[in-house]
Design a binder for this molecule. Structure first.
Ligand code: AMP
Length: 221
């Protein structure tokens, strides 16, 4: 099964992507994590992406497409994939569609919907584990020990782009550049939409229903 998760920053894509990919047994990747890995390793691609990421704007399509499609190609034969945070522009969606033609195309695009107010609150309190990327929230999902990951003991930190100025910018970038993708996938008939404001388990169940096709009829173009 080939799945993409769409949603604004703070919608819970990372958390839900990990759960859903495990449940359906496919590898998953977050394009943001791939970029952060390049930043950490100080690769040429990382140095190129840094200035865009720090400003909360999108990295240019050619670089992003090359990086993510490389990941996808390396996992051919693993029964599909789940992409979190890619595609994010119509150009990326078209590149993915073209690359997937021979494999029958993408099966599902799941849009996680969350209001702007909730997004800002979630992002401003978010903490991430430097080691395993698990996310926590200062208020809503605090770690057992301050600044330490419950799962691996790694150090928790606040991403530079979760600072208030960058958060507002990222949400605007989402509305301008990524929201139109929802229409793109609606027209192609593979879109499912879920309410992302409930508890993690409830949102996760809704996503599984969407992937299993139990959420109702296929949307008509
Ligand atoms: P994320 O972790 O998904 O919020 O991504 C963090 C940052 O990485 C974004 O603000 C962008 O600068 C960059 N990025 C991640 N995914 C993409 C993408 N598909 N296209 C362009 N830039 C991206």
């Amino acid at each position: 099964m080939k799945v993409i998760l769409i949603g604004p920053p703070g919608a819970g894509k990372g958390t839900q992507a990990a759960r859903a990919a495990e449940a359906i047994g496919v590898p998953r990747v977050s394009s943001g994590d791939l970029f952060r890995d390049h930043l950490r390793r100080d690769t040429e691609l990382g140095r190129l992406a840094r200035s865009y990421m720090e400003r909360g704007v999108l990295v240019p399509d050619d670089v992003t497409i090359m990086m993510v499609m490389g990941w996808v190609t390396d996992r051919e034969g693993e029964g599909g994939f789940l992409l979190d945070g890619f595609p994010r522009t119509p150009g990326q969606a078209e590149a993915l569609d073209e690359a997937m033609v021979e494999q029958g195309g993408i099966d599902r695009a799941v849009n996680i919907k969350v209001s702007r107010e909730v997004l800002v609150r979630r992002l401003a309190g978010r903490l991430i584990c430097r080691n395993c990327q698990t996310s926590y929230h200062k208020e809503f999902a605090p770690p057992r020990n301050e600044d330490e990951c419950d799962l691996c003991g790694g150090e928790l930190y606040q991403r530079d782009d979760d600072r208030p100025e960058a958060v507002v910018k990222r949400i605007q970038v989402y509305l301008d550049e990524t929201a139109p993708l929802v229409e793109f996938y609606r027209r192609s008939g593979i879109l499912r939409e879920v309410d992302g404001e409930g508890a993690v388990e409830r949102v996760g169940d809704a996503i599984m229903d969407a992937l299993n096709g139990r959420a109702g009829r296929r949307e008509l173009p």
